[in-house]
Design a protein around this ligand. Structure first.
Ligand code: NAD
Ligand code: GLY
Length: 363
């Protein structure tokens, strides 16, 4: 087992990474105090892992909430249902909410924990690759609004994260690829050696080779922990973690939540960001092509955005991006593979060229 710490003074917490960690109650029990535990999960994950997790908490296990599957569940109605369950069950402020699932369950549970009785204890047991490398770490919690992705939420850190690599084996292959998009993001942002290593080991990573996937998760968690420790509330460097997300969130919202996987839209968004970076003279043509090829050929990710989203739709959806300042869009772009920066001065014509490039992105 490897342990990565998110260093936030008295709110610091460990991320445990390794195989078969869900057999080890000692990782979780020190973090639940003496209150009752409610496990929030979904209809796909519950039949596979809920019983095992329930047993870990022994007599402190109170109940579980099994949500419908999918991004469409990530809304305020679901949060209301969680509050109903907690209040009907007379759960008090000593309660611990445990997120057992992917990023959708994690984001919902974290927001419910942040707001129920002004904040109760919260643990993360991420069960997708995307959740293990990104969403379970760093305390961003929240839900979607019909007019925008992740528009309602709060920063609220868990007390610990347990990333058991064995649970990834039940993931559909499409979900593994989607998770690997967020993994590649860390290489593109500030770690060119990691990007090259990922490209070289794509087959092993797609097959979830134990040594490779554990190493990748550890490197991603270290990178995220380092950034979050410097800028928890995203007033600066943390924005770099949104590479590909301004475009990706617009695609996700325009297509309807659940049509594309979040990681898939991040893959398309990163290729769009690479394309725009090339147009403004930051990224070499060779590196832009390399990014597209690694995502498309090595990892089989979708890299062309849906053709039916208009420029006007993109601009409308991107205008509510959380990085926008005084109505001006700001993008995370690349100066090189492994060197991302924020840019607020992109000419409209160049942006429009990227938004309409379709199959020609980066080429
Ligand atoms: P997800 O939670 O929808 O999980 C993907 C699918 O895998 C679902 O169908 C789920 O039921 C299933 N699943 C989960 N674990 C499984 C397992 N072990 N075996 C079999 N099936 C399993 O999607 P995701 O990709 O994990 O997360 C995407 C969400 O995370 C988005 O809502 C995104 O906005 C959010 N996100 C949040 C952050 C953050 O910092 N909070 C960062 C990145 C993404
Ligand atoms: N996934 C982006 C962040 O946590 O900041």
């Amino acid at each position: 087992m490897q342990t990565v710490t998110v260093d936030l003074d008295d709110r610091s917490y460990p991320i445990f990474i390794g195989a078969n960690l869900l057999e080890n109650a000692d990782l979780l029990l020190p973090h639940i105090g003496n209150g009752r535990v409610v496990v929030v999960t979904n209809e796909i994950v519950a039949p596979i892992y809920l019983e095992r997790v329930q047993l870990l908490f022994g007599r402190q296990f109170g109940s579980s909430i099994v949500l419908p599957d999918g991004e469409a569940t990530k809304n305020l109605d679901t949060i209301g249902q969680i509050y109903d369950h907690l209040l009907q069950g007379k759960y008090d402020r000593k309660t611990t909410l445990v997120a057992l699932g992917g990023g959708v369950v994690g984001d919902i549970t974290g927001f419910a924990a942040a707001t129920f009785q002004r904040g109760v204890n919260f643990l993360q047991i991420p069960t997708t690759l995307l959740a293990q490398v990104d969403s379970s770490v760093g305390g961003k919690t929240g839900v979607n609004h019909a007019l925008g992705k992740n528009m309602i939420g709060s920063f609220y850190q868990p007390k610990c994260v347990v990333a058991d690599t064995e649970v990834l084996r039940s993931l559909p292959e499409r979900e593994v690829r989607a998770g690997l998009a967020e993994v590649l993001k860390y290489g593109l942002i500030n770690n060119p050696e990691f990007f090259a290593w990922l490209a070289h080991n794509s087959t092993e990573l797609l097959e979830l080779d134990n040594a490779c996937i554990s190493e990748a998760i550890k490197i991603c968690c270290e990178a995220k922990a380092n950034i979050v420790a410097q800028d928890e509330k995203e007033s600066g460097i943390r924005a770099l973690l949104n590479l590909g997300h301004t475009f990706g969130h617009a695609i996700e919202t325009a297509s309807g939540y659940g049509v594309w996987l979040h990681g898939e839209t991040v893959a398309m968004g990163m290729v769009m960001a690479a394309d725009l970076s090339k147009r403004i003279g930051w990224l070499s043509s060779a590196e832009a092509i390399q990014i597209r090829e690694v995502l498309e050929k090595n990892f089989g990710m979708p890299v062309e955005p849906p053709a039916d989203i208009t420029v006007a739709q993109y601009l409308d959806l991107m205008s509510s991006d959380k990085k926008a300042e005084l109505g001006k869009l700001r993008f995370i772009l690349l100066k090189a593979i492994g060197e991302a920066a924020i840019e607020g001065d992109v000419e409209d014509a160049m942006l429009e060229s990227t938004l309409t490039a379709g199959s020609k992105l980066c080429l």
